[in-house]
Write a protein that binds this ligand. Structure first.
Ligand code: ADP
Ligand code: ASP
Ligand code: MG
Length: 431
């Protein structure tokens, strides 16, 4: 008998029919003799709808109340799923995040899990029941308030439960057959990966591949949880996300002892959620970058790429550009403007029409010419590169937002990643 944690995303529980389909799938796993804990997301796009509603009421919803509102979405799906399972003759009990022992810090909207105390889930399992947990939510002991883990956070709920309960596997059920070499909605010829290292998946998730939430991948890597990302619409094997340095028995069994050499490139991802700030006419003397980024850091903005141009000898001035999430743009511009006199720069430019493409692969470490091939592919498609940054296993470029999908497709083709068949997207709106 195994203990399996299964997570069903919003697209898998979008309506009553889907909930019944998922209930049947859970019951089948139970019938096969397993203990099951389920983490479930809100139905379809209902989190987005609640968010829209909040913004209709007020432009800046109070964070505590927003979390209260958004957690209602998962409460609906967990109860419906438990009802559906019960109607099939199996015992099921739903639990909110706090009932399930998901203890977090107090940061509304992006809370981090600090402890998991799943006593009530254990009791339910011991009594033969299936435990259904509302994803994406937790509880802070100091404020006694309900928190959310950030968009896509049900993945983290599932991984944290798998770690705390010592589950054999954490299955992430979604609307595509696994993790692909690119988003199949944008690159129809993307191919499914049978496996991907957690290190590569971290880079892909950070670069915008929303199939897995980055914090969930991090958590899984840290706690030795193996993930199996697969479709809730069929029984195909999906993608195993594993840590090559610590292969679990489950991963070993699925990977069949194969020690195949990993491909050079795992995949490409794109992110349209960032904007570019350019600080124009910065005096090119020691200490200016430090001054600028200290101001930025005080706003808690998540700066990503940074580029400083060579200064023009005649003026002794330089430009510094950086990218950050659009949602943090305004506060950073305000903070910098307030300090313009002190720093002595000439002006600020803000550009929210950028797209960031990332090419990811562990094989980059030992292969040369990857960046040249990437730049060549973009050049041939007439796509201009505005910024470049690299890590050991990733190359990222910034382009115009309206060229990003084309960029993904040409890079995918250039690196020989195209499959012969078109990828199937089973449901969801991709929102
Ligand atoms: P869920 O509702 O199950 O959480 P999400 O919408 O969060 O599903 O994630 C699944 C979606 O992620 C897919 O429908 C797909 O469009 C998108 N996606 C982006 N990049 C990838 C990728 N590399 N592989 C698979 N799916 C991807
Ligand atoms: N319902 C939440 C969201 O849409 C959490 C999740 O689905 O993972 O972000
Ligand atoms: Mg998701």
């Amino acid at each position: 008998m195994s203990l399996i944690v299964q997570k069903f995303g919003g697209s898998s529980v979008a309506d009553a029919e889907s909930i019944k389909r998922v209930a049947k799938r859970i019951v089948d796993t139970k019938k096969a003799g397993n203990d099951i804990v389920v983490a479930v997301s809100a139905m379809g796009d209902s989190t987005d709808e609640l968010l829209d509603l909040a913004h209709e009421v007020t432009p800046i919803p109070a964070p505590r109340e927003l979390d209260m509102l958004l957690t209602a979405g998962e409460r609906i799906s967990m109860a419906l799923l438990a009802m559906a399972i019960k109607s099939m003759g199996y015992d099921a009990r739903s639990f909110t995040g706090s009932q399930a022992g998901m203890i977090t810090d107090a940061q509304h909207g992006a809370a981090r899990i600090v402890d998991v105390t799943p006593g009530r889930l254990r009791d339910a399992l011991d009594e033969g029941a299936i435990a259904i947990v509302a994803g994406f939510q937790g509880f802070n002991r100091d404020t006694k308030d309900i928190t959310t883990l950030g968009r896509g956070g049900s993945d983290t709920t599932a991984v944290a439960l798998a770690a705390a309960l010592g589950a054999d596997i954490c299955e992430i059920y979604t609307d595509v057959d696994g993790i692909f070499s690119a988003d199949p909605r944008v690159v129809p010829r993307a191919h499914k990966l049978d496996r991907v290292s957690s290190e590569e998946m971290l880079e892909l998730a950070a670069a915008g591949a929303k199939v897995l939430y980055i914090r969930a991948v991090e958590y899984a890597r840290r706690h030795g949880v193996t993930l199996h990302v697969r479709s809730s619409f069929n029984n195909n094997t999906g993608t195993i996300v594993y840590n090559p340095a610590a292969i679990s028995p489950y991963a070993a069994a699925v990977l069949n002892g194969e020690t195949v050499e990993e491909p050079i490139i795992a995949g490409v991802a794109a992110d349209l959620s960032e904007a570019k700030v350019t600080v124009v006419g910065v005096p090119d003397i020691p200490g200016k970058a430090a001054q600028i980024f200290k101001i930025v850091a005080k706003t808690n903005a998540n700066v990503d790429m940074i580029v400083q141009n060579v200064s023009a000898a005649s003026t002794g001035l330089t430009d510094i550009s950086f990218t950050l999430p659009k949602s943090e743009g305004q506060q950073v511009l305000t903070a910098l403007t307030n300090e313009q006199q002190n720093v002595g720069f000439a002006g600020l430019q803000y550009d929210d029409q950028i797209g960031k493409l990332a090419l990811v692969g562990a094989g980059m470490r030992t292969n040369t010419g990857v960046s040249a091939k990437l730049f060549e592919a973009l050049f041939e498609a007439g796509i201009n590169i505005e910024m470049i940054s690299t890590s050991e296993i990733r190359i990222s470029v910034v382009t115009r937002a309206d060229t990003i999908n084309e960029a993904l497709r040409v890079v995918h083709t250039a690196f020989g990643l195209d499959s012969d068949d078109e990828a199937v997207v089973h449901g969801g709106t991709g929102r």
